[in-house]
Design a protein around this ligand. Structure first.
Ligand SMILES: C[S@@+](CC[C@H](N)C(=O)[O-])C[C@H]1O[C@@H](n2cnc3c(N)ncnc32)[C@H](O)[C@@H]1O
Length: 249
């Protein structure tokens, strides 16, 4: 079983979402007009491949894990869009895959072998194409309030409490390649989350996945409920999400 397989049932539903306005804004700013080929690498349950599909000629999602691709197929069917799915590591993408005008990578770059992945990106990104390094997370007061508590509890149960290794400097990562940052696109949106939603979000993360927690999972869920309940209004939180795309050309 891969690192993310046991997170798959929770990922699409509970991980901080990319809002619909995010796809519209990136499409508008980068000129997606229905005639481009897009590939989403480390697609997980397909959030980016599915979200951008209406704006491009064809959308391909690539992931290494079976369960993630199963979840991605469900998400594409739910959204009524066609996406081609490939099970592979980025480092092993076949040479006949061709070139793409748009490449998206969301919350996945830190898992790739840098030198091998850059060689593949140099090959598959069209001369006029771009890469979007994407992410979505809580911002503002939420980080210090319930979200701070959420991460504090999660780290206490995590398989890797020092999660700084997941926070990489993207411009540094691409140094020495032909890709340069041209702009950041940022979209903010508010929504509500419940305590079960936040427990589901924790279970969508590789360091507090059902597999990592094992038979500690009921105690973990209880610890989350106990810590979050007093901070909530009737079990509900208002959360502000920032979705970002760093564009490199
Ligand atoms: C945290 S998920 C990101 C899902 C989605 N892109 C998003 O933005 O939410 C990271 C995904 O990267 C995949 N992954 C990890 N290493 C990979 C590699 N070398 N090649 C392709 N996919 C990889 C994992 O299987 C996992 O599904």
């Amino acid at each position: 079983m891969g690192r993310f397989d046991s997170t798959a049932p929770f990922y699409a539903r509970y991980r901080e979402p990319y809002p619909a306005s995010f796809f519209q804004e990136v499409a508008r700013r980068e000129g997606l007009e229905g005639n481009q080929r897009l590939i989403d690498i480390g697609c997980g349950p397909g959030s980016l491949a599915v979200g951008f599909a209406p704006f491009v000629r064809s959308s391909v999602g690539v992931d290494v894990e079976t369960e993630m691709l199963e979840a991605a197929r469900v998400e594409a069917a739910r959204a009524g869009v066609h996406v081609d799915w490939i099970q592979a590591r980025i480092e092993e993408l076949p040479s006949d895959i061709g070139v793409f005008q748009a490449v998206t990578i969301g919350r996945a770059l830190h898992w790739f072998d840098r030198d091998e992945a850059i060689a593949v990106l140099e090959r598959i990104v069209d001369a006029n194409g771009w890469i979007a390094i994407c992410g979505a997370k809580a911002f503002g007061a939420a980080i210090h309030g319930f979200n701070g508590k959420f991460h504090e509890i999660r780290r206490a149960w995590s398989s890797n409490p020092d999660e700084t290794c997941y926070h990489i400097n993207y411009e540094e990562w691409f140094r020495g390649s032909r890709f340069r940052k041209v702009e950041d696109i940022e979209v903010r949106e508010s929504h509500q989350v419940t305590i079960p939603d936040l427990i589901g979000r924790a279970l969508s993360m590789s360091t507090t996945s059902p597999e990592v927690l094992g038979d500690r999972r009921p105690a973990f869920e209880e610890a989350m409920r106990e810590a979050l309940e007093p901070l909530s209004t009737g079990g509900i939180f208002d959360e502000q999400i920032t979705a970002v795309a760093m564009i490199l050309r």
